[in-house]
Ligand binder design. Structure first.
Ligand SMILES: *Cc1c(COP(=O)(O)O)cnc(C)c1O
Length: 231
C-alpha cells in the first residue's frame, strides 16, 4: 500500500487521540477526505484505508469522479454552490455543507423534492466576518434558520465554518469554540424544525483542535492526499 493509505491511517489515529484527550468517542467524528484536484485512483486508495466519505468543492469536477468510482462512497459538497448547479448537486451529493442564503436553501429543497430526496445540509457561518469568505454572519444565522427550517426538501443538520488561516492551530480554537457556542445558543431557542447536531470544522493543520472543541465532521485534504496541483 502507498502513501495515501499510510496518511489515512495516521489521520485516523490522530482523530482517535484528539477525541480521547477531550473525553469524546472517536466514532462521533466523521473524516471527510477532501479530494479536489485529485483523481479517482487516489480516492480509491483512501477508501481502501478506511475512508467512506469524500468532499468536493466543484459540482462539475465531482461529477466525473462520483460517476466513475464504481463503489458506494458518501459525497459532501464543501464548496460554494451556485443556484444553476443545485439540480446536479442534489443528485450527486449526499450532503451539502455550504448553505448560506435562503435562496440557495429554497433551490436545493425544490430540486431535491423533484428527485424524491430530502438532502441533509449544514449552514456555513463566516465566524470571523471576513469579507473574502462565503457564509452567513453570526447575526444573520437565526433569521436564516427560521426561514429555511421547514423547507420540505432539506434537513438542517448543523453548522460549518472555514476560519481564517492561522499558522498556529491554537489560534483557531476561538473560532471553533464560537461555532460550538452558536450551535448551543440556537438549540436553546427551540426553533421548530431546527435541532443542530453537527459541527463541520477543522482541516489538515488544525483538525485536532477542532475535535477538542466539538467537531463532528472534519474536512481533511492535504494531510491525506498531499499537495494539490491545479491544472
Ligand atoms: C480544500 C478544502 C478543505 C481541505 O483543506 P486541507 O487544508 O487541504 O485539509 C477543507 N474544507 C474546505 C471547504 C476546502 O475547500
Amino acid at each position: 500500500m502507498g502513501e495515501i493509505f499510510d496518511n489515512v491511517r495516521s489521520v485516523l489515529e490522530r482523530v482517535r487521540e484528539a477525541a480521547r484527550r477531550s473525553g469524546r468517542d472517536p466514532s462521533e467524528v466523521t473524516v471527510v477526505a477532501v479530494s479536489k484536484t485529485h483523481g479517482v485512483e487516489k480516492i480509491l486508495e483512501a477508501a481502501e484505508a478506511g475512508i467512506s466519505t469524500f468532499g468536493e468543492n466543484y459540482v462539475q469536477e465531482a461529477e466525473k469522479k462520483i460517476l466513475s468510482v464504481g463503489q458506494p462512497l458518501k459525497w459532501h459538497l464543501v464548496g460554494h454552490l451556485q443556484k444553476n448547479k443545485a439540480k446536479k448537486a442534489v443528485t450527486l451529493f449526499d450532503y451539502i455543507e455550504t448553505v448560506d442564503s435562503v435562496k440557495i436553501a429554497q433551490e436545493i429543497s425544490t430540486r431535491a423534492l423533484s428527485v424524491g430526496k430530502k438532502v441533509p445540509v449544514l449552514v456555513q457561518v463566516n465566524v470571523a466576518e471576513e469579507s473574502s469568505k462565503w457564509g452567513v454572519l453570526r447575526n444573520d444565522l437565526v433569521p436564516l434558520l427560521e426561514e429555511i427550517a421547514l423547507l420540505p426538501g432539506i434537513e438542517v443538520k448543523g453548522l460549518m465554518t472555514i476560519p481564517p488561516y492561522e499558522e498556529d492551530p491554537e489560534e483557531a480554537r476561538k473560532y471553533f469554540a464560537s461555532l460550538r457556542e452558536l450551535k448551543e445558543k440556537v438549540n436553546g431557542l427551540g426553533i421548530p424544525g431546527i435541532e443542530l447536531k453537527e459541527l463541520s470544522m477543522g482541516m489538515s493543520h488544525d483538525f485536532e483542535v477542532a475535535i477538542e472543541e466539538g467537531a463532528t465532521i472534519i474536512r481533511v485534504g492535504t494531510a491525506i492526499f498531499g499537495r494539490r496541483h491545479y491544472a
